[in-house]
Design a protein around this ligand. Structure first.
Ligand SMILES: Cc1ncc(COP(=O)(O)O)c(C=O)c1O
Length: 476
């Protein structure tokens, strides 16, 4: 594709762009159970207009755009107040959970460099359920992730196991409120005490939970303390572009004090260009996501969020009860908000996901680990809460369909994976295996069961290599 010699008309462009979406999953119908958080038409329209109003303003320099400073400090303060931050607590807006988490890790690393210079190989202690963004931060920032197993009955980390993993190189403890995979909250209060006893920073990943759990608490649900009200919690990430229902590109990274936050900020004058001071990863940044977040928080207000969250939690209860009533399925652990996963002892859940996809639903498959069975994940939000009866009906029917299908021969798949692993070039052999399953080019195969089986049986390291190669081929 080349830039056209002569520009196209607005009509042509918009029609073409809309046509690009024709093969996307239809999230507007409420049949997609991840990736999209839809507060309904009016809040979306207000967000859209606010976003466009600030499309071109640049957050790089608050002296030129004081409006951006105002938007950012207002939004951060609203979220800090929700999360019991006191007047010493501070924060910044970022582009998403991953950036917020990377900054929390960078801050911990640079604080340790300044205050504990004897630490040459910094480590952070992570529950196995921590989001992959921490592994990415570890990879980018040369901090070693020390993984702690979870309790396989509750899917929560045990505080004593976190403590055992602390060494003289530890710079940061991490826990989730809640974790994505099973939607459970780690023992934040106990880990907070450990952090204080060992004089360590402690980050709570509230990317999905920060807003939703806070309003559940206001509605009277039984939610354990997970925020700055817990002594020892030193930073929290909360994504507004998830259950804050803001437009994508907006998360908040918050610290208990400026003394910690200062290690996040980067300044550089060692250049012939303009003086650069960046509190977050990006330098030039659109005002759109900031204005969108400011708008939706103010448009919904506390009452609007509580209405949404009540609707969502009612749907969650119905769906969890309905899934547990299907004899072949069971929900894992005790999910606390609106994200959970379910597994089966008798049918192949990847086949179930494929059957549901054929009926227009999207439910995310999650691979097994030594402590968690393979499972399917569901995130409910206001935009799909109305679909739970239809979802349950199709789940019941699809379980029956899967029962009539030839079961996947997992021993055969294990043997194929084993053969590929023993080949002189396992990467290439596995690439061939994936190609035979139809996983090449931009089009995903219509059925994912086979490829999910193969990936689930691969050692993590090789699985990661394969996925990197796949994406390396997918994009030009
Ligand atoms: C618990 C948790 N933390 C962090 C992230 C990363 O957020 P993002 O996709 O906005 O980078 C996610 C994403 O789903 C998450 O669920």
């Amino acid at each position: 594709m080349h830039i056209p010699q002569t520009g196209l008309s607005k009509q042509e462009i918009l029609a073409t762009l809309r046509a690009f979406k024709s093969r996307d999953m239809d999230w507007k119908s409420g049949r997609v159970f991840c990736y999209v958080y839809n507060p309904g038409e009016d809040p979306t329209e207000v967000t859209r207009e606010a976003y466009l109003e600030f499309l071109t303003e640049n957050g790089l320099d608050p002296s030129v755009f004081p409006s951006m400073l105002k938007l950012e400090t207002d939004v951060v303060r609203m979220v800090l107040n929700l999360l019991h931050g006191d007047s010493n607590a501070v924060g910044h807006l970022t582009t998403g959970g991953t950036e917020s988490i990377m900054l929390a890790v960078k801050t911990a690393r640079d604080k340790a460099r300044a205050e504990k210079p004897h630490i040459k190989e910094p480590e952070m202690v992570l529950p196995k359920t921590a989001h992959a963004a921490f592994h990415k931060a570890a990879h980018y920032l040369s901090v070693k992730p020390v993984l702690v197993d979870i309790d396989p009955a509750t899917f929560k980390v045990r505080a004593e196991d976190m403590e055992k993993a602390i060494t003289e190189n530890t710079i940061l403890l991490v826990a989730s409120a809640p974790s994505y995979s099973q939607g459970v909250i780690d023992p934040i209060e106990e880990i907070g005490k450990i952090a204080q006893n060992h004089n360590l920073l402690f980050h709570v990943d509230g990317c999905v939970g920060g807003v939703h759990l806070s309003f559940m608490r206001k509605l009277g649900y039984d939610i354990p303390d997970f925020d700055f009200s817990v002594p020892g919690v030193t930073s929290i990430s909360t994504d507004l572009h998830k259950y804050g229902y803001a437009a994508k590109g907006c998360s908040v990274i918050m610290y208990r004090s400026k003394e910690i936050r200062k290690y996040q900020i980067f300044a550089c004058t060692d250049t012939t260009a303009y003086t650069l001071i960046n509190p977050t990863v990006l330098s030039t940044k659109s005002g759109g996501p900031y204005a969108g977040a400011w708008a939706v928080l103010n448009f919904l207000g506390e009452e609007g969020y509580m209405r949404i969250i009540k609707t969502v939690q009612d749907a969650v209860k119905k769906l969890i009860d309905g899934i547990n009533a299907i004899p072949e399925l069971h929900v894992l652990g005790g999910p606390v908000m609106c994200m959970f996963s379910f597994a089966s002892d008798s049918i192949n859940v990847y086949q179930l996901a494929d059957e549901m996809t054929k009926r227009g639903w999207y439910i995310q498959g999650q691979f097994s680990t030594p402590l968690t069975p393979r499972n399917l994940h569901i995130s409910i939000n206001f935009g799909n809460a109305h679909s739970v009866d239809a979802l349950l009906k199709d789940l019941r029917e699809c379980v029956e369909v899967v029962k009539t299908k030839t079961p996947i021969d997992t021993d055969m798949i294990k043997a194929m994976v084993g053969t590929a692993l023993q080949s002189p070039d396992p990467e290439a052999a596995f690439g061939q295996l994936a190609a035979s399953a139809g996983l090449t080019g931009a089009d995903l195969p219509s059925e994912m069961t086979f490829i999910n089986e193969v990936l689930d049986n691969l050692p993590d390291a090789l699985c990661n290599v394969f996925l990197v190669n796949y994406f390396n081929d997918l994009y030009v």
